[in-house]
Design a protein around this ligand. Sequence first.
Ligand code: ZN
Ligand code: ZN
Length: 158
Amino acid sequence: MREAAKWLQAALDGGSLFAKLHLAHLTFIAGQEDAALAHLKENLSRRVQRGRDTCAGCGQTRGEDTPMLTCSGCHVARFCSADHQKMASKKAAWSLWTGRHKDICGVLGKWREVGKDGVVPDSCTVDLVAFLAAMNARCPKDAEGAPEAGARAGFWDG
Ligand SMILES: [Zn+2]
Ligand SMILES: [Zn+2]
């Protein structure tokens, strides 16, 4: 029962992470670049905070003492196993919420450096805008406000 509750919490957290990313995308295509960047930065900060004990493949939370693989690209994402690392690069059910890891891996790695050695958030702006533009190019349906996407975001937002 406890496990199920934990899983649900992870799923909800993952879902709202997705909703934030979706919101960043929607505000970006509406031309509100500053708002979109704010949503994206919040999303990335949460990923950096939570990445330590959550598998980016299956989305399950693991104990701190559980050995996990770390993504060699961003050094943020963790995976239960090599299989789950592969899972994160495919369009699995879980990745519908989070996107494929390789799409966000680059900006996640850059965002991880913010705050270290005088790296300021503004130094990532160019990369974040490029990420939003690429996300937009991948989701032409969302750009037209597809009802399915809206319903999904609304559900996970609640
Ligand atoms: Zn996993
Ligand atoms: Zn990565």
